[in-house]
Design a protein around this ligand. Structure first.
Ligand SMILES: Nc1ncnc2c1ncn2[C@@H]1O[C@H](COP(=O)(O)OP(=O)(O)OP(=O)(O)O)[C@@H](O)[C@H]1O
Length: 254
């Protein structure tokens, strides 16, 4: 499969009053079409910083981001990339889902005559068509999360950045969001997923990047992480969570 995104030698240093802080240090990876790549690592490892750099919210101190072969490291607009940080914020709670998405379609520069159809399309993808005229303030957390994904799909991006899309959701609702993510990948959209839920990563990720202190500690498959940790489990297969817990001390900042 062709590489949609190539990230080369990313470095991000935050300038502090007393001293500078290196949040990312020589991070390189690729994502191919329809692939779900998951960023995994402890709090402060640099996951959100990576999402912010690829999403265009942060210009890296050095390194390159290439999208479909084009250098977008300093690009302000990135129509090929949809971003969802999720959470309760980000929508007009007194407006309906459809009204919200029409507003964001305009911001995303979807041509006026196509906006209605585009909003209908993204609502359908996340299975919210039947509540399109409901106020967002009346939405459950799971519905709001799916609406965030719908928003990130406006303009038909080929890469989605999903930052903890199931955080704070109960298992059943989390599953409906995970099913949506899988459906999107099956349709050919590439997905960069950050998550603290190991079972979710095990279920969805084609590949994972294990980040520690801003550096890539390991990249490969979930079974690669399990092999690397090499824990004893009396003959039954080890889980990603058990393996991650064994590796976690090595991922912390000194
Ligand atoms: N604007 C900033 N200025 C200074 N330091 C920052 C800034 N933003 C993030 N950091 C630091 O950079 C490091 C990486 O942060 P980041 O939010 O990317 O981690 P994360 O892996 O997403 O963590 P979490 O799992 O908690 O969301 C952290 O130590 C954080 O404190």
């Amino acid at each position: 499969m062709k590489d949609i995104l190539i990230v080369k030698h990313l470095k991000e240093t935050y300038t502090g009053r007393k001293q500078d802080f290196t949040a990312l240090d020589d991070v390189s990876f690729t994502i191919s079409q329809g692939e779900i790549l998951s960023l995994l690592g402890p709090n402060g490892a640099g996951k959100t910083t990576i999402v912010s750099v690829i999403g265009g919210y942060l210009i890296p101190s050095s390194g390159q981001v290439l999208m479909n072969g084009q250098d977008i490291t300093a690009a302000r607009k990135r129509p090929q990339i949809g971003v969802s940080f999720g959470g309760e914020m980000g929508f007009y709670r007194n407006a309906t889902a459809r009204q919200n998405l029409l507003f964001f379609a305009d911001l995303a520069k979807v041509p006026y005559r196509k906006q209605k159809d585009e909003v209908a399309r993204v609502l359908e993808v996340v299975s919210l068509t039947n509540v399109a005229n409901k106020k967002v303030g009346e939405f459950s957390k799971g519905m709001t999360q799916r609406l965030h994904i719908a928003r990130s799909l406006l303009g038909n991006p080929s890469l989605l950045l999903l930052d903890e899309p199931t955080s704070g959701l109960d298992v059943e609702i989390a599953k409906s969001v995970q099913d949506t993510v899988q459906k999107l990948a099956n349709s050919g959209i590439s997905i960069l997923l950050t998550s603290h839920t190991m079972s979710e990563i095990e279920k969805l990720a084609n590949r994972v990047i294990l980040l520690g202190a801003g550096k890539v500690f390991y990249q490969g498959t979930v079974s690669g992480v399990i092999k690397l940790a090499n824990i004893q489990t009396d003959g039954r297969p080890a889980t990603l969570e058990e393996s991650y817990l064994k590796l976690a001390p090595q991922l912390r900042r000194p």
